[in-house]
Design a protein around this ligand. Structure first.
Ligand SMILES: NC(=O)c1ccc[n+]([C@@H]2O[C@H](COP(=O)([O-])OP(=O)(O)OC[C@H]3O[C@@H](n4cnc5c(N)ncnc54)[C@H](O)[C@@H]3O)[C@@H](O)[C@H]2O)c1
Length: 327
């Protein structure tokens, strides 16, 4: 049940459920955001919830139901992915807006149920594809605006995450880049050609994924949990430019003005300074306040998850999603 006063007239009352690595970050940013009041954090790990709550000066509760009893406008769901569906439906059922961490859910069907529930209740639903708010990604998007895009290639590699995850690297990491491919190209993925392997873990921990968008762009994702350092890069080839973005250092360079003698020009592009998570949460809260469509909708979250699942379905490793043609 939401707070009685109109949300546009006061700070939005928000809570976070699942106060692990990502949820703690959400809570930290929400505690600082003007226009938001972090009322409480929830986690079955009582000690963890209390540690974060005492640091940020809010209440600690055991689960999202106790959170909802506090009368909130919005809840961030940062519990493990397999719990997103149940928690998001409860939050929406209570009339609260919800930001669900990526991926939206474990299956596309669960994701669609969340989307439908939010539509019926008329609450805001946003998915935490935070890389959309990475200033380096924004600079790349700006650099290729109006260009004829030929290919997009992401690298997202690093060591095993410290947490025990019950999803593999495709659902956990590649889904970021699937979302970005769809966003950078303004087109849906029409074909998938995946190669995945469980080299050291029970689930896939390394993947090379190839795609073709409906608009004809070729795309590639190289991802794994086996590399001892983190790298996150994007390379975009257009008919007239080659743009390289480092999503960690936030350096973006474009090579352009190709000349017949083989020479070309290079420039470093300006990249804004902004914390992506803060920008994401600001976008979410503005959507809650105004009823505007958030930057990453539930439908988009489902579309990216479906593609990720279809990459696994190619090897029979996951429930089959809507099957894409392979050219
Ligand atoms: N957007 C991003 O870049 C990004 C990065 C990391 C994780 N994530 C997403 O965030 C979610 C959490 O990942 P994480 O890395 O923070 O995991 P984590 O294991 O660090 O934290 C999960 C927390 O949820 C708690 N939890 C367990 N059951 C719960 C329940 N029923 N209700 C509430 N909390 C419960 C756990 O005690 C733990 O504290 C996942 O969906 C993941 O995909 C997103």
């Amino acid at each position: 049940m939401a707070h009685p006063a109109a949300p546009e007239a006061r700070a939005l009352r928000v809570g976070v459920t699942g106060i692990g690595i990502m949820g703690s970050n959400h809570a930290r940013v929400l505690a600082e955001l003007p226009g938001a009041e972090l009322v409480a954090v929830a986690d079955p790990d009582q000690a963890q919830a209390e540690r974060v709550a005492s640091f940020l000066g809010c209440k600690a509760v055991g689960d999202h139901r106790a959170l909802l009893d506090l009368g909130l406008d919005a809840v961030v769901v940062a519990a493990p992915t397999h719990l997103h569906h149940k928690i998001a439906l409860d939050v929406i059922g209570a009339g609260c807006s919800v930001l669900v961490e990526k991926p939206i859910a474990s299956t596309a069907e669960e994701g669609r149920e969340i989307v439908e529930a939010a539509r019926q209740k008329g609450v805001t639903l946003m998915i935490g594809h935070v890389e959309r708010f990475n200033p380096a990604v924004r600079a790349v998007k700006e650099a290729i605006r109006g260009e004829h895009i030929l290919s997009v290639a992401f690298t997202r590699v690093g060591p095993f995450p410290p947490r025990m995850s019950n999803v593999g690297v495709v659902i956990d990491l590649a889904v970021h880049d699937i979302d970005l491919i769809r966003w950078l190209t303004d087109s849906e993925i029409a074909e998938v050609q995946p190669q995945t392997s469980a080299a050291l873990a029970a689930r896939e921990d390394i993947a090379l994924l190839q795609f073709r968008t409906a608009s004809g762009v070729l795309a590639h994702i190289n991802t794994n949990w086996l590399t001892p350092f983190k790298a996150r890069t994007v390379h975009v080839a257009t008919a007239k430019k080659y743009v390289i973005g480092d999503l960690l250092t936030r350096q973006v360079t474009e090579h352009f003005d190709y000349r017949p003698d083989g020479s070309y020009s290079t420039r470093h592009l300006p990249v804004a300074y902004a914390e992506p998570l803060r920008a994401e949460l600001e976008n979410f809260l503005a959507a809650v306040r105004t009823g505007r469509t958030p930057e990453v909708t539930g439908e988009q979250g489902v579309a990216s998850l479906e593609i990720a699942i279809s990459c696994l379905a190619e090897h029979g490793a996951a429930a089959p999603a809507q099957r894409r043609a392979v050219g």
